[in-house]
Design a protein around this ligand. Structure first.
Ligand SMILES: Nc1ncnc2c1ncn2[C@@H]1O[C@H](COP(=O)(O)OP(=O)(O)O)[C@@H](O)[C@H]1O
Ligand SMILES: [Mg+2]
Length: 319
């Protein structure tokens, strides 16, 4: 039995999803016989952890604060072992621009892009370069904030006329945004799970199939029924193996640990293009990593125990 603090909630815009992930993890930990301390993360986090005499923190936070290395750094200082990726990997993955640089430098496929910061627009007149940028990337473009998940602040721009409004929307979420080439293809999510002893494994691929065609509305995307998910995705074995190999390489080059989910588009030319890595993917009833684990014969409780075990292994290795 281990005394586990489940960190959930927090103040990010993904608070709701995190509360669901956290609640489900708590139930699993209790069934596994652990002693659970539920912590809705706030200004009293340090006291809660200290008073709770927690041995391990299970981080079920999503979005800025919980997934970007902030909480991980605090836990390092407190010398409390925690689940999932370390500070560096979280920091790299949670900024899509930084992650894409790491991927491109490693020769891994990610759609071409140009990043913009608010200060480049304000102080360097970067807005005047917009014409050249859109010419290089071609329409349609995807405009997104560098941080955040759950498709928050993401807009498609079909023509130059759509770009200013899309930029304004993205800038309302972050001071850094990226314009990315739109990739036409199939949307795949590949979850990676660490093995307590041995190399991480890629779980069966989940394909997100939108109901509507062409560009779909992101608000609608997370509504029940707007997207169907197929796991394992129907892919030729060689194609699936290649996508999994690329996902594993991305996980490794970004320095992830324990578990993560790689989002990609399998372009019509057969090339997987990595959009992003989520160091703490959703763990709710409908989330993709638990679905993928289930398809691999790993039930939710076992998944949680494995993630916990990898945190123990890392802390033992560090000492
Ligand atoms: N370059 C792109 N080409 C096609 N679709 C994209 C592209 N970028 C994002 N999308 C769509 O937007 C969704 C969310 O984008 P993603 O980069 O994964 O951000 P997040 O999940 O963090 O909000 C993707 O799952 C995909 O449907
Ligand atoms: Mg995504």
């Amino acid at each position: 039995m281990t005394r586990v603090a489940v960190l959930k909630g927090g103040r990010s815009l993904e608070r709701g999803v995190s509360l669901s992930s956290g609640a489900r993890v708590e139930d699993a930990l209790e069934r596994l016989g652990h002693d659970v301390v539920a912590v809705d993360v706030g200004a009293d986090l340090l006291e809660r952890l200290r008073d709770g005499a927690c041995e391990i923190a299970f981080i079920a936070l999503h979005g800025p604060g919980g997934e970007d290395g902030t909480v991980q750094e605090l836990l390092e200082v407190l010398e409390i072992p925690y689940t999932g990726s370390g500070v560096g990997a979280c920091a790299r993955c949670s900024d899509k621009v930084n992650a894409k640089h790491v991927l491109r430098d490693a020769g891994l496929p990610t759609p071409d892009w140009v990043a913009f910061s608010e200060s480049a627009l304000r102080e360097l007149g970067a807005g005047n370069a917009l014409g050249a940028i859109v010419q290089r990337l071609e329409f349609p473009l995807v405009v997104k904030p560098a941080s955040h998940g759950s498709a928050l602040g993401i807009k498609f721009a079909r023509s130059a006329a759509d770009v200013p409004a899309a930029l304004v929307a993205a800038f309302s979420y972050d001071h850094k945004v990226l314009l990315e080439r739109h990739v036409e293809g199939r949307e795949l999510a590949i979850s990676i799970l660490g093995r307590p002893a041995g190399e991480p494994e890629a779980l069966p691929i989940v394909e997100a199939i939108p109901r509507g065609q062409d560009f779909y509305d992101f608000a609608a995307r997370y509504d029940i029924g707007a997207t169907t998910f197929e796991c394992p995705a129907q892919l030729a074995p060689a194609l699936a193996a290649r996508a999994q190999e690329i996902a594993l390489a991305a996980y490794s080059v970004l320095g992830c640990y324990g578990f993560a989910r790689v989002d990609m588009i399998l372009a019509h030319d057969g090339e997987p293009q990595i959009l992003e890595l989520n160091p703490i993917p959703g763990l709710t009833e409908t989330s993709l990593l638990p679905q993928a684990a289930d398809a691999a014969g790993i039930e939710f409780d076992e998944l949680v125990e494995r993630i916990l075990e990898s945190a123990r292994v890392r802390s033992l290795q560090a000492h």
